[in-house]
Design a protein around this ligand. Structure first.
Ligand SMILES: Cc1ncc(C[n+]2csc(CCOP(=O)(O)OP(=O)(O)O)c2C)c(N)n1
Ligand code: SF4
Ligand SMILES: [Mg+2]
Length: 307
């Protein structure tokens, strides 16, 4: 695998595919992450977009995506992608489309679809070896419908459907492990707050044949209850505290692309939690040491298991 030509964030291409005037909330982390995907993948793309906040970017007859865009139901985006891939292959085989005019098929969904409703059709698509890119922007809840919990919601977070004193009682699914277990061409976790790491991974994977999957950590000021100006800070803290590991799966192996400082030197997870209103009940009116300790030890155990 050749070394990335991207040495700093100044090297990132900007095609300004997405920009001001888009109908998302101020500080939307998903928008920033998707812009980087668009900039690196270029215009020769078909976005297959399941219902979610990012669907609102396209309001007929306008779209900020420079390639093509199609809407699908939450459960069936990879099935839609299969149809488009088959149609493109057929057109090329019949000589009605030149191979150099081929388009990349890119599924774009939120975590509600990727971790839950669309997991079955995704599993089947990877199993069939569908040549596509799947981008999940993970805002850890059903943002578009008022921020209900999803299978990506972290333990103890408050959402519109986990308002009780303890917040969400279940645990976030390990989607990276689920996808990697299918042995696809590529899987990565990325974060909008770490654009260079993200851009290098997209650049590395975009021309691989087969299923290529990205789970993008995308803070959501509206659902997570923090100031829109803090989106990057929240994202960076998730990486620095070890909450969001940056890693990739390729050729059957998992490698971490960023390893946080060792325990004792890295910031405590509570630095990340306390700047978000969805975890405010862990700090006020009294600190919930038991839950804070449980979350911290879960993160520590993860890094002990791999370093
Ligand atoms: C089968 C189905 N159930 C419910 C909805 C309503 N709905 C539209 S968007 C959405 C939330 C999707 O959550 P996610 O995939 O995480 O994307 P986000 O809204 O967070 O961007 C829901 C539940 C729907 N479109 N289809
Ligand atoms: S609810 Fe969250 S993910 Fe959706 S547009 Fe607003 S900030 Fe972005
Ligand atoms: Mg979501």
């Amino acid at each position: 695998m050749k070394e990335s030509s991207l040495k700093s964030i100044k090297d990132l291409p900007s095609t300004h595919v997405l920009g001001p005037g888009t109908p998302t909330c101020a500080g939307c982390g998903a928008l920033g992450a998707i812009k980087i995907f668009c900039d690196i993948l270029g215009e020769k793309t078909v976005f297959v977009n399941a219902a979610g906040c990012m669907t609102l970017l396209t309001v007929y007859p306008f779209t900020p995506f420079k390639g093509s865009w199609i809407y699908t139901a939450m459960a069936s985006a990879p099935a839609g992608a299969q149809g488009i891939r088959d149609a493109l292959d057929l057109l090329i085989r019949k000589g009605r489309l030149k191979p150099e005019e081929d388009l990349k098929v890119v599924v774009l969904t939120g975590d509600g679809t990727a971790y839950g409703m669309g997991l079955s059709s995704t599993s089947s698509a990877i199993y069939r070896g569908l040549d596509f890119i799947y981008i999940c922007y993970d805002n850890e809840g059903y943002g578009n419908t008022g921020y209900q919990f999803s299978a990506a919601t972290p333990h103890a977070a408050r959402t519109a459907t986990s308002k009780g004193p303890g917040g969400y009682q279940r645990y976030k699914k390990d989607l990276f492990a689920i996808w990697a277990a299918h042995r696809p061409a590529y899987v990565a976790t990325v974060a909008g707050a770490e654009p260079l790491d993200m851009a290098r991974k997209i650049e590395k994977a975009k021309d691989l044949k087969g299923s290529k999957l990205f789970i993008a950590f995308t803070p959501c000021p509206t659902g997570w209850h923090f100031e829109p100006a803090k989106t990057i800070e929240v994202g960076k803290l998730a990486v620095k505290t070890g909450v969001w590991p940056l890693k990739e799966y390729i050729d059957g192996k998992v490698a971490h692309t960023r390893v946080p400082l060792p325990k004792g030197k890295r910031p405590l997870v509570e630095e990340y939690l306390k700047i978000q209103g969805r975890f405010a009940h862990l700090f006020s009116p009294t600190r919930n040491e038991k839950v804070l300790e449980k979350i911290q030890s879960g993160v520590d155990a993860y890094w002990e298991s791999i370093v």
